[in-house]
Design a protein. Structure first.
Length: 216
């Protein structure tokens, strides 16, 4: 694949040029942005088992990380404060290290079967408060740390992206077997995957066993 370069004649560098391509923001789209969680936003969060958190360090390196747990795993501490448990992962700690450098975060809450989503922006800190962590215990496992977010913006996002993608439509689901397993891909990208299918299957089974023992 040849290297691609953007033609500078078609690069937008000013907000005025950008907005000139679009109609004005709909009045309701501007008005819907709140600075705290009303009853509807709270109910959405309590139903959500999944979110994505966007972070960025001071050098501009951006990252988006998925977070998932039983329904209602994010704690609503008050109308302007949320707490997100940090569960065991790969220990890269990308999001957490970014928060230490730059507390600005963006959250996208998702509910299976819902086409609309909830967006929350705010300032995050990492806490080890035992009272907060104990309230997030699952399967007798307490998280080591929680991400506490002070909210600056919250609003519901329309359904267009999910409807265009047919995300929840089973007729559009793809067969996972059409791509190599996660372990196979990672080994291909690093040390090399074994050519023996039985050995590869053993490694895949090992990853599944690890999921069972380290989820919490």
């Amino acid at each position: 694949m040849n290297d691609f370069s953007v033609n500078p004649d078609f690069v937008i560098t000013e907000e005025s040029s950008l907005r000139g391509l679009f109609q004005e923001t709909h009045k309701l789209a501007a008005l819907k942005c709140q600075d705290s969680l009303d009853i509807h936003a709270q109910n959405f969060i309590r139903r959500s088992p999944f979110l994505c958190i966007g972070t960025q360090n001071m050098d501009g390196r951006a990252d988006v990380s998925p977070r998932g747990d039983p329904v209602g795993f994010v704690r609503i501490l008050d109308e302007r404060t949320l707490a997100i448990p940090d569960r065991p992962g790969n220990n890269r700690l990308d999001s957490l290290v970014n928060i230490l450098a730059n507390p600005s975060v963006g959250l996208l809450f998702v509910i299976p079967g819902f086409d609309d989503t909830l967006r929350v922006n705010g300032q995050a800190v990492l806490v080890t408060d035992p009272d907060i962590l104990e309230s997030m215990r699952v399967n007798d496992r307490t998280p080591k740390i929680a991400i506490v977010v002070k909210i600056t913006e919250v609003f519901l996002h329309c359904a267009k992206a999910f409807r265009r993608s047919h995300l929840w439509d089973p007729s559009h689901f793809q067969d996972r077997a059409e791509m190599p397993s996660l372990m196979n891909i990672i080994l291909d990208q690093t040390t090399g995957a074994p050519s023996d299918s039985a050995e590869m299957r053993k490694l895949d089974d090992g990853l599944e066993d690890e999921y069972k023992t380290t989820m919490y």
